[in-house]
Design a binder for this molecule. Structure first.
Ligand code: PMT
Length: 400
């Protein structure tokens, strides 16, 4: 069965002669069992009639004419959410520029801005436009945000030029969509332990110290590793996100519990990714009774340091193991992360500035740098699910 079967593909068609090839793509996607929803720009409708796509997709085609339905605002969000893959073929220099700069002035640019689905674009334009500095920079911005490209190919163009700019053939676009929908199996046979969430340090029977970790980052890594074929053990502290299925789970409460679970299982693991946010301190003496108010006097609680799990795992590191840690920083991000990389004998540290909007605790996105002994790769804001794959790509690369 094809990875496309049963999936929802939103196909954006912009104005170019290659729009006719998008008809072949639409038909091929349907034959492979996809539900296809087509959005055309007004210029695209000059090359191919919406009726053609309506017939091929068996769904109404959304265009930018003023006859759009009153539910337009709702509809574009619904399509943005429904997409398993958002494909734009052909993609003009114009749509690339709009996407790169967040311009949302028609149905297609608005919907693609709203989607969280993987985006694939098949550029098609004159060679001069493709090689223009503005387009080169826009392509760079889009690639940096995780937008995938297929083509363009070289050859004779409709304008008479010979060079890069011809849209890839529908078969190549189909293969690229299939690749996105069929996860890699490059972690098959590997045991991967992931930690996620916060730990809770009790003060008394009703109170505890903790932090804002939701588990989202660790869960995204556990899910990505599972999808890539790993046998995943998820060690899970206190979380608010939905716990993934298809992985083995150990629940822990305190940092000492997390330490015990991780160090007990570490020798058996090939890869260990520590995305949890353990409390660095615990109360020296937990009160057996609820602590009473002190009539306006300051309440003094002594905290003692918890064990450092990543450092302990680093000390017991076995040959062939790959250790990944996170660094939740608020200042001197790279410098602080590098100290942790070395101190904890990690192969890779994922540094996130948790003060940045869209990064760190309890959000679906993150802004991270992948730091190894000899390199730093700064990544743009992306979904935690996408970042999880980028981290695992790095792990695979480090393991050679
Ligand atoms: O769960 P989310 O809401 O999605 O939020 C994600 C996140 C912000 C928690 C995540 O991206 C992250 O940064 N996790 C690490 C949080 C943290 O504890 O960072 P740190 O810089 O204090 O610790 C560095 C590394 O040592 C981490 O891998 C941590 O798991 C580990 N550590 C920390 C303390 C401790 N006592 N033992 C440890 O092993």
């Amino acid at each position: 069965m094809s990875g496309i079967d049963g999936k929802t593909i939103v196909l954006g068609v912009t104005g170019g002669i290659a729009a006719y090839k998008a008809c072949i793509l639409c038909s091929a996607l349907r034959k492979q069992g996809a539900s296809v929803h087509v959005i055309m720009t007004e210029n695209a409708t000059r090359f191919v009639a919406p009726l053609t796509f309506e017939t091929l997709s068996n769904h109404p085609v959304v265009t930018d004419t003023f006859a759009r339905p009153e539910t337009w605002e709702v509809e574009h969000i619904a399509l943005a959410k429904a997409a398993d893959v958002f494909v734009i073929a052909p993609a003009t220099a114009n749509i690339m520029a709009k996407m790169a700069h967040g311009i949302a002035d028609d149905m297609l640019s608005t919907t693609v801005l709203a989607t969280k689905a993987p985006i694939l674009i098949a550029p098609a334009m004159n060679t001069g436009m493709w090689t223009a500095q503005a387009t080169v920079e826009n392509a760079e911005i889009l690639r940096g945000r995780g937008v995938r490209f297929v083509g363009p190919e070289g050859g004779y163009l409709a304008c008479g030029d010979n060079g890069a700019g011809r849209m890839s053939e529908p078969d190549a676009i189909l293969a690229a969509i299939e690749e996105i929908l069929t996860p890699k199996r490059d972690l098959e046979g590997l045991k991967v332990m992931v930690t996620a969430g916060a730990t809770r340090e009790p003060l008394d029977p009703v109170r505890f110290l903790t932090n804002h970790s939701s588990g989202k980052m660790g869960f995204a890594i556990a899910e990505a590793a599972r999808d890539r074929g790993a046998d995943v053990l998820l060690v899970c502290g206190s979380v608010s996100a939905e716990i993934p299925s298809g992985v083995r789970i150990l629940h822990v409460k305190t940092t000492q519990d997390l330490y015990d679970a991780v160090t007990a299982n570490a020798p058996d693991m090939d890869v260990i990714v520590q995305a949890a946010a353990p409390a660095d301190y615990r109360v020296e003496e937990v009160s057996t009774q609820k602590i009473k108010k002190t009539d306006g006097q300051p309440l003094v609680i002594r905290l003692v340091e918890n064990p450092d799990i990543a450092a302990a795992v680093g000390k017991m590191k076995k040959a062939g193991q790959t250790l990944v840690g996170f660094a939740a920083e608020t200042e001197k991000i790279e410098g602080n992360a590098r100290v942790k990389l070395k101190k904890k004998h990690l192969d890779l540290i994922v540094a996130n500035d948790v003060t940045q909007p869209g990064a760190g605790f309890n959000v679906d996105t993150n802004i991270a740098s992948l730091i190894t002994e000899d390199a730093t790769e700064d990544l743009p804001m992306m979904m935690k699910s996408e970042l999880a794959h980028r981290i695992l790509d790095k792990v695979v690369q480090l393991r050679g």
